[in-house]
Design a protein around this ligand. Structure first.
Ligand SMILES: NC(=O)c1ccc[n+]([C@@H]2O[C@H](COP(=O)([O-])OP(=O)(O)OC[C@H]3O[C@@H](n4cnc5c(N)ncnc54)[C@H](O)[C@@H]3O)[C@@H](O)[C@H]2O)c1
Length: 277
């Protein structure tokens, strides 16, 4: 009997923590831009009893995404999606952040939504950054949610003159992820499938360590020191949420976003992390 397939994009710490919770008994295809990341993660997982195949995939490239999905389908029906691929404000340019985190995520959600098995479920990793920005208008939110994928990067609000810096690009990308999940949940629902996002706060991973060592390092360290939890989080704590969302216990949850940030966003609006304090 063929196993159900999990498509997992982004062979980093958050993706691996989630895959370990839900991957038992499934065929897992892990894709990453850096094949060596996918290979080393697959090795760790296979040596722990999972069944993982590594693949090269680039989330910013539609052809690569389609190849990744096709590869998954050669093993069986795609029943789950984990999207934990992404770049952070200190790792990439505005253009790359928008192409990977915003456009690529939108393409992946749309294309997997076309083939996901009935009863299937997905989770995509957004960020607290999508919540730590001024509200967009209802019309702007709707554009991020519903604009056809190939027109997304031409939106006025995403043009270089309207994006201040890489942090702003990341915030817009993550806001778009949340809106796109709402839009896609309606379509995934027609197949009896569910899709949600998780917005982590600072989670110690190579990506976060790049931020600690980047130009905004002090800003990030202050953020976790002053958030209600008083510390950064771990990938396993994000996986706790993913496990709920992707299990039967999450059957009534779709099209929504879960903040998992130690209260940093709450403090940003109403506590000691307020920008005016
Ligand atoms: N770590 C945090 O503090 C934090 C907070 C909020 C959100 N996130 C989000 O979580 C997700 C996972 O990040 P992580 O912290 O596990 O980082 P990580 O560095 O451990 O993993 C990210 C992985 O994505 C891969 N990747 C980068 N660009 C890619 C592309 N174009 N195509 C395919 N793969 C690509 C990288 O090679 C890497 O293996 C990202 O979307 C990130 O924005 C992380």
């Amino acid at each position: 009997m063929k196993k159900d397939v999990i498509l997992w994009a982004g062979a980093g710490q958050i993706g691996m923590a989630i895959a370990r919770r839900i991957g038992t008994g499934k065929k897992i295809v892990v894709g990453d831009k850096k094949l060596e990341n996918a290979e080393s993660t697959a090795k760790i997982m296979n040596e722990a009893g999972f069944d993982v195949v590594p693949a090269q995939m680039d989330l910013s490239d539609k052809t690569s995404i389609l190849d990744f999905i096709k590869t998954g389908q050669t093993y069986g029906e795609v029943a789950m999606l984990i999207n934990a691929a992404g770049v952070s404000p200190s790792q990439a340019s505005v253009e790359t952040i928008l192409k990977v985190d915003l456009y690529g995520t939108a393409v992946l959600l749309e294309e997997v939504g076309k083939i996901i098995k009935e009863g299937g479920v997905g989770v995509t990793i957004s960020s607290q950054s999508g919540h730590r920005m001024p509200q967009l208008t209802a019309a702007e939110d709707e554009l991020l949610a519903c604009t056809p994928v190939e027109e997304l990067l031409s939106l006025e609000i995403l043009q270089p003159e309207n994006i201040k810096d890489t942090l702003h690009a990341y915030q817009m990308a993550k806001r778009c992820n949340e809106k796109r999940v709402m839009y896609e949940a309606v379509k995934w629902g027609e197949r009896g499938a569910r899709i949600n996002s998780i917005s982590p706060g600072i989670i110690v991973t190579p990506l976060a360590i790049d931020e600690f060592n980047g130009v905004r390092g002090e800003f990030y360290k202050n953020m976790f020191a002053k958030c209600p939890a008083g510390r950064p989080g771990t990938a396993d704590e994000v996986a706790n949420v993913a496990e709920l969302l992707m299990s039967e216990k999450g059957a009534f949850i779709t099209g929504t976003d879960f903040l998992c940030d130690g209260g940093a966003t709450a403090s940003y609006f109403y506590g000691s992390l307020r920008p005016d304090k």
